[in-house]
Design a protein around this ligand. Structure first.
Ligand SMILES: [Zn+2]
Ligand SMILES: [Zn+2]
Length: 295
């Protein structure tokens, strides 16, 4: 599989020449869903208009990719778009990108699940389309959704089970980072969504996570979605953000919007938190290459 992602991450910090100060409020919302996934609302145009209204320079539509690892009858239409929808989604986003050119950049993205052992199937899905950015997510831990309300029955069993889930999640996250499939790792500490924290961050493997992400050339999203969830905290947690920043991992801004009003949600706080740990630029992707833009 080809190494996607950004070019020369470590070189980016030493990029030559002065960088133009952006005239927009924020460079890009890199994680936005559309109604095709069956659990998001609003028309595509409303998402883009919301991004313009919030002063974003770009918006990446990144709807949930079809569940490529499941047989068709097991693909839940309320969780991700179907394989039949995918070419239409791509076409719609490309048409919209052309229509809004000069007003805002509309990027063709997708959020894809990492499923260990099914990497080749995802490669085949991704290589067909001219994606600008591919988000990688670990939602599924051994067949169940770690961020769905249905997972509460498991997570509420007590700290030992919470630690076990975090251990398995962390294992999959490290594998996702190393897979070469993704440009951006989404909601890095997702299992905290309902407030279930491990006894030790990432089940004692936080430094391994940071090292794996740094080696992966993936960017990490600064996501305001966690602030809208029971946990009430952005992804990733402040100390993880600090560690990632200290080793030069690049970031993107994300809302994980599922309705137009969530586009660009909480970006002022995300940017302030990033600046507080010395991050003064984020990446904006195009054809799966990240370009640093001042924050
Ligand atoms: Zn979703
Ligand atoms: Zn997600």
């Amino acid at each position: 599989m080809t190494g996607a992602g950004i070019d020369g991450r470590r070189g980016l910090r030493r990029a030559t020449g002065p960088r133009a100060r952006s005239t927009v409020a924020f460079p890009c919302d890199t994680h936005v869903h559309t109604r095709r996934c069956g659990h998001a609302g609003g028309m595509d145009e409303e998402l883009v208009e919301a991004a313009i209204a919030r002063g974003l320079g770009a918006i990446a539509l990144t709807d949930h990719a079809p569940f490529y690892w499941l047989p068709p009858e097991q693909r839940d239409p309320t969780l991700a778009m179907s394989f039949e929808d995918l070419p239409r989604y791509v076409e719609d986003v490309l048409v919209m990108a052309a229509r809004y050119r000069g007003r805002i950049e509309v990027l063709l993205g997708v959020e894809a699940d990492y499923i260990a052992g099914r990497e080749e199937a995802l490669v085949r899905l991704l290589e067909v389309y001219p994606f600008d950015v591919v988000l990688g997510s670990v939602h599924f831990v051994d067949g169940w959704l770690v961020d769905a309300p249905s997972s509460l029955a498991r997570l509420d069993q007590g700290q030992a089970e919470v630690d076990r889930v975090w251990g398995r999640y962390t294992e999959l996250l490290i594998a996702a980072a190393g897979s070469g499939l993704f440009d951006v790792l989404a909601h890095l500490d997702l299992p905290k969504k309902f407030g279930h924290r491990p006894s030790v961050p990432f089940a004692g493997r936080q430094s391994e996570v940071v090292a794996a992400v740094a080696a992966s050339r993936c960017a990490v999203e600064l996501s305001s979605a966690g602030r809208r969830r029971p946990v009430g905290e952005d992804y990733p947690a402040p100390d993880v953000l600090r560690e990632l920043a200290s080793v030069g991992v690049p970031f993107v801004l994300s809302s994980d919007a599922h309705v137009p009003t969530e586009v660009g949600f909480g970006f002022a706080e995300l940017a302030a938190n990033a600046r507080a740990v010395g991050v003064d630029e984020v990446l904006v992707f195009g054809r799966r290459r990240g370009k640093p833009v001042s924050l």
